[in-house]
Design a protein around this ligand. Sequence first.
Ligand code: SIN
Ligand code: MN
Length: 280
Amino acid sequence: MSTPTVTGASLSELKSAYDRDGSCPLPYRFDDASVELLRERVARISAQRRPEVVHEKDSDVVRAIHGCHEFDDVCASLVRHPLLVELAETLIGGPVYVYQFKVNLKQAREGAAWPWHQDFAFWSEEDAMPRPDAVNFAIPLDDVHEENGPLVVVPGSHTMGLFDLPATSQDGTSDWRRHVSNDLAYTVDPARAQRLIEQNGRRTILGEAGSLHAFHPSIVHSSSNNRSADRRALLLITYNAVANAPAAPTRPAFLVGRDTTPLTARHDDRLGLLPAADPA
Ligand code: SIN
Ligand code: MN
């Protein structure tokens, strides 16, 4: 299958929307066969006992899997998909590499919330990432609706700096388990998030499985518990500018990619990306 190309005009429109709002839908979606293949790989990895597989607190329920592009061939192809690489390079401005890859599974009824936070708080405090010159691509592997814990973002909050950082390094903040759990080490005060919402509004990122959305490392975001009978698996790829790579990261390599060579795009027939029927 051929890869749809992005026209110059729509690329610059996407970049304008991303720069202004800190999040935007990307007008493409992975076809059903690609989504099914990714689900199969996620199921296979989730069943393995390995450090990249993280569970919900005091539970056997898998919360997330990490770094899969390093050991699974489909995930390795996904991060190199020509259109994803082109979109990431456009939104960031320059060559990129994979900083982080994860799938947050948010299992039916059991998947726990992600409190209000900014990703760049973790990356600057823990990894000394110099600037938020990175982008998250979110690809749901299940349909996302209001009840299965969608991502909620505050548009424009990515331009306001980092909120509510601890004054000094506090006990436990460097424990990487608190970077992937419901008990997050760096959070935005819920009252502040509420004020930001009153000021800027909120955007709930809904969409069908396979859809594509970009969001900024500094945007204030959260997602609630999964109250529904439907799983909400969300695959997240973080591309970072090669020029913005942390000098000496210490967190596990499955949380902070060590290979900072510019990503080379590679087509894989198993991953079909189509223009979305309705980009809104
Ligand atoms: C979620 O999976 O809902 C949270 C994703 C994130 O915080 O990046
Ligand atoms: Mn986040």
